[in-house]
Design a protein around this ligand. Sequence first.
Ligand code: HEM
Length: 420
Amino acid sequence: MDPTDALALLMSPEGRLDPYPTYERLRAHGPVVQAGPVFYVVTGYAEADAILRDARFGVMDDALRDQFMPGWRESPAVLSISRSMLRTNPPDHSRMRRLAAGAFTPRRIAAMRDVVRAQADELVDAMLAADGPVDFMTAFAYPLPVGVICALLGVPAADRPLFRRWATDLTGVLEPEITADELAVADRGATELRGYFTELVAARRRAPADDLTTALVQAHDGGDRLSGDELLANLIVLLVAGFETTTNLLGNGLVALLDHPRAAAALRERPDLAPAYVDELLRYDSPVQLTSRMSTAPSRYGDVDLPPESWVIVLLGAANRDPRRYPDPARFDPWRAQIAPLSFGAGPHYCLGAALARLEAQVAFPLLLRRLPGLAVAGRPERRVRLTLRGHATLPVSVGREAAPVTVPGTRPGAAGPTP
Ligand code: HEM
């Protein structure tokens, strides 16, 4: 199949639901392939990693947006994302990233461990109290990350249910292709989120609190500040990036663990192995499957010359399954050496929330396996028909009965253990 047809297949509902066979069709043409006059697709791990770190590539700026997406300024969704750090280049990106990173400190993240554990325990209690199968996405995968990011941002608990619809609507604009109807839905989500955060920011200006919203409102560094628009855009990106992705890590990860009962049993006995498991789950079925870059100067990757103003789709999910980097890449194997998935990206836009997402999953999976040893899929899981943010709409599970707490052997992290 030629690269253009393979790409069309990837964008189709069938390709979005299971992109992995199409990635292999693209990979057959090489790690970087041309799929249109100035349009390239990257499936190779080394090439994806290098392009994301290469200063000759940036995210699409306003001038290119004017060229490729006329009328984008009329869309509240595109406008909002374009003003956040996710879609800006230096010097604006470096300034926003520095200010946000200053508020998003490792201390603030590490302090979330007990909050994550307490929230996960409460959600498992509720799952156990349910009479019959539950939807794992609604019962656990959504409320845990949303609870954690809302706790960080200082969003009142009562407002959390508002965000699921708004965020799901808005993230439609992260797809490589979007219909006019989907854009209208995304615009509605952006407008709601902007209205919500405008009020929250005003409240924190009046009465500062010990939360990330206050820290961002007050953020300044050597005279640099966030403008009003940038503040709102980055708060929205933090909220949206902070849970839809992690929700999908929890859903995709649980399915992978239940498909591999011996590996799941090993993690139940050895929670100290959670970091390696979570990285392998991120590699095996990445919650973010792609990102894109524009080139500003000529470059050459994978025997392909990329002229300036090339649009490059970096398929993170394909790079994570590059056989030159990972032997037998379609196999889930938490015992692999040197797992370093590109699921959080690389280079200047490397995910600001990677430590938080890892923390949530590292706490959640051992806790779920220990407290719900009978956890099993109890119906047909339904995937969202999305390519960029890969996850489930519903995942019905039965929870079995609660077991007595498992005694954890005093093992060293990273020590050799049973082969799952
Ligand atoms: C499993 C969960 C997550 C995954 C897979 C993920 C993935 C990613 C990826 C791939 C990027 C880079 C996009 C690019 O290069 O174009 C990114 C950026 C970002 N992520 Fe995450 N993310 C996750 C969780 C989070 C969380 C929990 C937060 C915040 C609380 C967060 C906040 C951000 C922000 C602010 C950026 C933009 C950074 C920049 O542009 O400098 N993410 N994420």
